[in-house]
Structure formats: C-alpha cells, structure tokens
Design a binder for this molecule. Structure first.
Ligand SMILES: [Zn+2]
Ligand SMILES: [Zn+2]
Length: 111
C-alpha cells in the first residue's frame, strides 16, 4: 500500500457542495477559501476565518468587494440569516477553480 499517497490525501482541504447553486466546489490551493467560485456565495460557519465556531449556518450573499494592495480583491458577504457582514480574500487567481471574475466586478465596489 502506498502510504505516502494516503498521508497526502488526508492533508487535502476538502471541497464542498455549494448550498446556493449546488455545484461541487473543488478544494482550493490556498486554504482560506470559504466561498463558491461559481456564484460566490459563502456559508456562515466561522466567527473568525477558518475557526468553524459559528452556529448560524446561514447562506452568505456576496454584496460587494474592495481592493486591498496586499490581498488583492477582498469579497464582502452578508449573512441572509443573521445579517452579519464578513470579508474573505477572493481566490480569483486559484489555478483549480478561480472565482468568477465578471461576477465579482458586478458587485458593488467599496472604499
Ligand atoms: Zn455556488
Ligand atoms: Zn449568520
């Protein structure tokens, strides 16, 4: 049995099925993706990025974006259940499944 392969497999960030558009989202190369590259919806599961400590579970609608010199495009989401706003760095340069660039540009830019 190839144990190297197994060990690597468990390390891979898991993909997920988008609850808004139903498409399978492949794991991102950067580990910070928490939104769908096709419709840009996210899910409210974190209080702080990646901690999975929120019990809300609402869908988070993309409402805008801002440009950050260091991080590139930062998407702004609003939870449809509790109304909280959150930001996540866009994975628009992800080689496996990049965020829909046209869709990002259709959102409202913020200062
Ligand atoms: Zn989606
Ligand atoms: Zn919420």
């Amino acid at each position: 049995m190839d144990r190297t392969h197994l060990a690597r497999f468990t390390d891979i960030n898991e993909g997920f099925v988008c609850e808004h558009c139903g498409r399978q989202v492949p794991p991102s190369k950067s580990s910070c993706r928490n939104h769908c590259p096709y419709c840009l919806y996210s899910k409210h599961v974190d209080n702080n990025p990646g901690d999975r400590s929120s019990s809300c579970g609402g869908l988070m609608r993309p409402v805008g974006y801002e440009l950050s010199g260091k991080k590139g495009i930062v998407l702004i989401f609003k939870c449809e259940k509790c109304g909280v706003e959150k930001k996540n760095i866009s994975a628009y340069e992800d080689p496996i499944a990049s965020d829909d660039y046209d869709l990002i540009l259709s959102l409202t830019p913020r200062e």
